[in-house]
Ligand binder design. Structure first.
Ligand SMILES: Cc1cc2nc3c(=O)[nH]c(=O)nc-3n(C[C@H](O)[C@H](O)[C@H](O)COP(=O)(O)OP(=O)(O)OC[C@H]3O[C@@H](n4cnc5c(N)ncnc54)[C@H](O)[C@@H]3O)c2cc1C
Length: 295
């Protein structure tokens, strides 16, 4: 049985921010509840008051703004894949949606909820990490923008203050020499929490043979929140995109991964599958740039 709690439904953003300013303990924001309700049910969240932000429609948008993509916190996974702003160049969001919790969840899961849930189950986080996303936080008194990397501090923990709300995430638009991809392995294709997931953002030189920039993120590189595989990135940056170079990077990745077992799957399984998933994601990225990578 769910515990009893009160719900506060703010009239608008100002009302919300004032409410959060006045009530800094015992309060939990709820967007569309697809993560939070389960956690309340399992008694992992102790809030007395839920503040329902799902009606703040001004936070549902995707904009291209002078080379920056801005995505409002209440944008859903379905919105990401139907947006004309995020065309073919952002097929990475279609990769995520195709393996994300089934249509009913795709329609309600919000970007803000995914980021703020801050766990290794959240599939958008690795993608946003390789896009070097930032998040905009607002409180009654201030607004700040911080790197997503710094926002995620630990499992289910973020740098957000009790008086703050995440209003949007943003990242620099990809240029034509860059592509991004996502892969995930779980028990089934969707309706499943990832055993391992991986996102890669790749920028090739104009002739397509050299890696100018690469970012790699997995739901567990070390610890239990998604993070970047920076040593493996360094192994590949500036190098030719060849089978031999990718094999070297995979050896580095195997050393870099500090995985653990849990009730879902063993450490050994993750260690074996992680590098394979990385290779698949890299191949997908290079194909999106018109390069065939035979690895
Ligand atoms: C059956 C099922 C399958 C699922 N499959 C997947 C999957 O494949 N991949 C995946 O990544 N996730 C999956 N999820 C988890 C969930 O759908 C996502 O995490 C979703 O993005 C959460 O969005 P929400 O709006 O429902 O967040 P909520 O549940 O409302 O909130 C999640 C957390 O974020 C906080 N929060 C929400 N919005 C804000 C904001 N704007 N500012 C500050 N804090 C905020 C809340 O306080 C809460 O702590 C699944 C869930 C279910 C029930």
């Amino acid at each position: 049985m769910l515990r009893r709690f009160d719900i506060y439904v703010p009239e608008d953003l100002n009302d919300l921010l004032s409410y959060l300013d006045d009530h800094q303990t015992g309060v939990q924001l709820i967007a569309n509840g697809s993560d939070l309700i389960n956690r309340i049910h399992r008694r992992q969240v102790q809030a007395r008051i839920l503040v329902d932000i799902s009606g703040l429609s001004e936070f549902n948008y995707i904009r291209s703004d002078n080379g920056t993509i801005r995505i409002g916190a209440l944008t859903t996974i379905q919105d990401l894949i139907s947006s004309p702003v995020l065309g073919q160049h952002y097929d990475v969001f279609r990769d995520v949606a195709s393996k994300f919790g089934g249509p009913s969840i795709v329609n309600v899961a919000t970007v803000g909820g995914n980021i703020c849930a801050a766990s290794s189950s959240e599939d958008l986080i690795p993608v946003l990490l390789v896009l070097s996303a930032r998040v905009r936080l607002r409180s009654k008194k201030a607004e700040r923008v911080i790197d997503l990397d710094d926002f995620l501090t630990n499992k289910r923990q973020t740098a957000m203050l009790p008086s703050e709300i995440l209003v949007e995430t943003m990242f620099d638009e990809l240029d034509n020499q860059s592509s991004c991809a996502f892969e995930k392995i779980g028990m089934r294709n969707s309706l499943i929490i990832a055993f391992v997931n991986c996102s890669v953002c790749l920028r090739l030189s104009e002739e397509g043979k050299r890696i100018e920039e690469i970012k790699i993120a997995m739901n567990r590189v070390s610890g239990k929140i998604p993070n970047r595989a920076r040593k493996t990135e360094a192994e590949l940056r500036g190098k030719p995109l060849t089978k031999e170079q990718v094999e070297k990077a995979i050896a580095t990745l195997k050393n870099e991964l500090q995985l653990t077992s849990d009730f879902r799957v063993s450490k050994e399984y993750r260690e074996n599958v992680g590098p394979v998933l990385f290779k698949r994601t890299l191949v997908k990225c290079s194909e999106r740039l018109g390069e065939k990578l035979f690895v």
